[in-house]
Structures are given as C-alpha cells and as structure tokens.
Design a protein around this ligand. Structure first.
Ligand code: UT7
Length: 324
C-alpha cells in the first residue's frame, strides 16, 4: 500500500479555433460588454470537425506524461471525466487508451458534469494510495460546442472545448492531501442537457433544438453558497488555515463566482488561477487546463498548497487539496 499519491506532471490541450465575443455578436443578440461584465469571458476555443473528446484528451495526456517523465507504457489506470464522450460506448477512457496504444489496464470515464475532473482525481488517488496503480492518468476533456444550442444567447456565449490531464504516482508524503465530493440530484432541473440514450434520442430526430439548458441565476446563487461551504469543509477536514493556501484553482464558469470564492478565502485575485477569460467554461476540462496553464507559466511551484474547487450540473461539487 502507498501512503499517498502526488501530481507528477500536468498537460493540456486547446483546439486552434478561437471564437471571440465579437464573433458571437454576429450569431446572437449579445455584446462583448455583456459577456465580459456578466461572466469574465472574452474568447473560447472550439474543436475542429474532426476533433473529439478523446482526441483532445490524447494531446493533454501525452503532454502530462512527458512532464511526469513517464511514457504511455507506464500507465496502469486511466480515468476520464467528461459529459461529452465520443460515443455512448466504448467509454472515452478506453478510446484514449487505444489512442495511446496501450492495452489492458482499467480505463473508464465518469460523468459528473463540470466536477468530472475532481471526481476522477479523487478516484485515481484512491487507486494509487491502495497500491492498485502506480501511474494513473486523470483527464478532464470536453467538446461542449457539440451540445450547445448556438441560437440560445443565454448559454452559447458561456462554453468552450479543451482537455487537461495530470499523472498521479505514489509518494511517501502528500501529494493529494484530501478530496471532498458531493452530489445532490434535487437540482437536476437547473442545469442539464435534455436528451439522452434511455430517455430518448427520438425526440431529437423530430428536429427539436437541443442544447445545454440552465437557469443561470439560480445556478449562480447556489454555486456561490455551496462553494463557500465547501471551502470551510475542506479547510476544517484537513486542519489547515486559509493563509496556508498558495493558489486557488477554481472551476472556470464565471469570474464573479470565482471572486466570491477568493473573498471567502481572503485570497487576493493574483493568487487565483484565472483562465475563464481565454477558455470560457470547459466543464470537466476547466480545472486541469487552469492547473497546467499556471504550472507551465511558472506561477505554481513544487511544495505549494493548491485548492481545487468545482461546481456543476447535478448538482455535483467538490474540492481537492494538493501539495504540488
Ligand atoms: O459550470 C457549471 C456551473 N455554471 C455556472 O456556475 C453558471 C452560473 N450562472 C452564471 O454564470 C450567470 O447566471 C449567467 C452568466 C449565465 C447569466 O448572468 P446573470 O447575471 O445571472 O444574467 P441573467 O440570466 O439574470 O440575465 C439578465 C439579462 C436578461 O435580460 P432581462 O430579462 O433582464 O431583460 C437576459 O435575457 O441578460 C439577458 N441575457 C443576455 N443579454 C445579452 C442573457 N444572456 C445574454 C447574452 N447577451 N448572452
């Protein structure tokens, strides 16, 4: 049994195509000013027609493996958080495994909407701690542009595509200090995608418009309240004080939600990794994308304490406290 897991390397990927707020002004009745002031978003990346969740995941995974000094052959577990899988099955983890040309290790994906990466990280951490994996690939990847209704201004300005990954390896010291996960299906009607396999793709075939559906205001209020409780819970359960957090790496849905979480922690915004302006909301990909951005630009150093926090459809929410 290993005592802990640690983040050995990070990687991410963004599609080349950038969609700006100005371009969205031509698609729907919106304005750059509205989008920036209400959300903080300035641009987002959109997958090319031949890109999928697993193809973006592959780029992020290869970069994370390289940063960790590992090769695909070392990987003995793959967990992908996504709500936009390539196919109903095989699962995206297995498709990623095939892309990496490795065979046999457990590879699966899980759905927890925007919380998918933190849920995947929590699961992989347990495999590594139990000695059941020595090189776990954890990915958050999304192709939200494919489930966005591009005629709905209340949602189409929010989302983007991309992927982020980390490699977890065993360690004598944390690493992942703790993860704290929650779900509550009472809120299922506030943020959802209205079609699925068993509830009927046939409705889609009848030509109905399909897109992410959200009661933005209510989601916003619940997110702020819930993330505030989550910060308290994470600090208390791990016996640490607010001033011991070096970096907050939040889910990147809305700048104003992020600001309220930073206030709660008493953290200045220059201690918060912000990518929402450049990536939009990439759901399960947003946290590992932000983490990798700040690792690669030199802001995050080994030994620093990171608080990852997420909130998404379900609702699902959770945090991970990490000594990087
Ligand atoms: O990632 C999972 C979690 N997701 C979130 O955390 C998202 C949470 N929610 C939000 O980020 C915000 O609620 C939104 C950014 C989605 C919306 O911001 P808001 O300040 O809550 O705006 P609102 O929905 O209350 O809409 C205000 C007004 C409305 O017009 P009226 O009714 O006041 O005349 C909307 O029709 O803004 C209008 N509006 C827009 N105007 C221009 C909505 N979308 C747009 C738009 N451009 N794109």
């Amino acid at each position: 049994m290993n005592r802990y897991s640690r983040v050995a390397g990070t990687g991410s990927y963004l599609p080349d195509k950038v969609l700006t707020n100005a371009e969205l002004e031509k698609l729907v009745d919106t304005s750059d000013e509205w989008i920036r002031t209400r959300t903080g978003i300035e641009r987002r990346h959109i997958a090319a027609p031949d890109e999928t969740c697993s193809s973006m995941a592959e780029h992020a995974a290869r970069r994370a493996l390289k940063a960790a000094g590992q090769t695909p052959a070392d990987v003995d577990l793959i967990v992908v958080g996504t709500t936009t899988p390539d196919l109903v099955f095989p699962n995206t983890g297995t498709l990623l495994q095939q892309r990496l040309d490795i065979h046999g290790c457990p590879a699966f994906s899980l759905e927890a909407a925007c919380s998918g990466f933190v849920f995947a990280l929590s699961m992989a951490d347990k495999y590594v701690r139990l000695g059941e994996a020595k090189c776990a690939l954890v990915v958050g990847a999304e192709c939200l542009s494919r489930i966005t209704d591009w005629s709905d201004r209340s949602t189409c300005v929010l989302f983007g595509d991309g992927a982020g990954a980390v490699v977890l390896t065993p360690a004598d010291e944390p690493g992942i200090i703790g993860t704290h996960l929650h779900s509550d299906g009472r809120y299922k009607d506030l943020l959802f995608f209205p079609y699925g396999v068993s509830s009927g793709f046939d409705k889609l075939r009848s030509g109905a418009v399909a897109g992410i559906t959200m009661l933005g205001n209510e989601v916003f209020r619940t997110a702020v309240r819930t993330l505030s409780r989550l910060v308290d819970e994470t600090l208390a359960k791990n016996g640490i004080e607010r001033d011991q957090i070096d970096w907050l790496i939040p889910h990147q849905a809305n700048l104003r939600i992020i600001q309220s979480a930073a206030d709660k922690l008493g953290l200045p915004m220059d201690k918060v990794v912000l990518t929402v302006q450049d990536h939009g909301n990439t759901s399960a990909a947003s946290i590992p994308l932000a983490l990798d951005t700040a690792v690669r630009d030199g802001r995050i150093h080994r030994g620093q304490t990171l608080l990852l926090e997420t909130f998404g459809g379900g609702f699902t929410w959770g945090s991970a406290l990490i000594r990087y």
